[in-house]
Design a binder for this molecule. Sequence first.
Ligand SMILES: Cc1cc2nc3c(=O)[nH]c(=O)nc-3n(C[C@H](O)[C@H](O)[C@H](O)COP(=O)(O)OP(=O)(O)OC[C@H]3O[C@@H](n4cnc5c(N)ncnc54)[C@H](O)[C@@H]3O)c2cc1C
Length: 434
Amino acid sequence: MAAVRAPSHPRRRRPARYGALALLRHGLSGRDWPRAWPESPLRGRYDVVIVGGGVHGLAAAYYLAVNHGITDVAVLDQGYIGGGGSGRSTAILRSNYLTPEGVRFYDRSMQLYRTLAADLDYNVMFSRRGHLTLAHNDSSLRTMRWRAEVNQLQGVDSEVIDPAEVKRLVPYLDTSAHPRYPILGALYHPPGGIIRHDAVVWGYARAAAARGVSIHQDTEVTGIDVAVHSEGGGKVRGVRTTEGDIATPVVLNATAGWSTLVAAMAGVRLPIATFPLQAAVTEPVRPFLHAVVVSGTLHVYVSQTDRGELVFGASVDPFAAYSTRGTLEFAEGLASHVIELMPALSKMRLLRQWSGLCDMTPDFSPIMGGTEVEGFYVDVGWGTYGFKAGPVSGEAMAKTIASGQPPEIIAAFALDRFTAGTLVGEKGAAAVGH
Ligand SMILES: Cc1cc2nc3c(=O)[nH]c(=O)nc-3n(C[C@H](O)[C@H](O)[C@H](O)COP(=O)(O)OP(=O)(O)OC[C@H]3O[C@@H](n4cnc5c(N)ncnc54)[C@H](O)[C@@H]3O)c2cc1C
């Protein structure tokens, strides 16, 4: 794989600081804030074109600029940045996965998230509050023990706790023996939490643009030009867009729910099916829920935002589709399951529900790295769990593009694992808890 060389003088523009002093100065002066990033005309050539302005595409652009000095980069989005899965995510962060490869990978993202606000000069509202995955039967209790062991071996803080400890952490949970599915214990992961998803996207966009990356919204990629080799495979030459053609030797596909459509433009097939995932939010109430709670058996999870709303989610809809409509079945199922867990919530009102697209792989792990087409990279297969991986994926994909080789941390997630049969099975840790 070819590496992209950094220019000797990367372009830099200093963005307005978002510190307390600047806030005070702007408040007193009544002046408008400057644009978070400048608009620039789309050029006919870039060193790197990133398709998809979600957390993954923007993080890759940011780390290309910051870690490798590669700034001749365009991020293209068919809509607005964060308008895909990133802006629809319930933004749960955790690293308590099932496989050593998964735990190591997501834990690196947690490390990057911890300092992200300072790194980006943007308040991303990371709230570390603990994450509980409830076990309602013996087999899920066994899986929780397994996950706790794998987590601890990788240095990640997770343990199995009993119902009394669950009750102490979340007093509103019904831990009695009465429910249809009594709570037998839980996997407790103290570093887990939530974050403000829009802020992460905007923070990466602003910081990448400040280092010279161009961001183009309303710019749909409609084709990818590949010079086909006679012996098979090929080499990327450029992309076609609704705003004009661009020559480039490197294209990164970071389009989540649309990833198979964009890969097909380069002649690359991905083992991915696209499913809708729904979520919902209630009216705000006084803070009472200080942990993220997931129940795989009841297909539901819940957290409380800093504004007091309860955010609920579930597993993907049962049919592959590109629809982003909310359904009554989802709202009904969700409400009955949540009330089973926390009967006191029966009087709360749902304000809104929404849906996003998830690109599901057979092993519930992502696909990252190069493809049989030289210069065509993928960062896809993010299913229902990709928001938390934005920083580590951006860092790893930037390194892959800059050096031509994937770093060790994503080696297990290569596309060829599906032909080699070396799957990274994460279904037990990623089917409901995102
Ligand atoms: C309801 C819901 C809840 C979720 N909850 C969580 C959670 O709690 N924790 C977690 O870790 N993950 C969660 N996820 C998953 C997570 O949101 C996604 O995996 C992640 O946001 C994917 O980010 P991305 O940058 O790869 O893709 P996206 O944010 O989807 O960005 C892809 C972008 O590509 C653009 N695009 C597509 N095709 C083209 C084209 N041809 N040309 C140009 N642009 C194109 C789209 O407009 C889109 O903006 C959730 C997802 C949903 C839907």
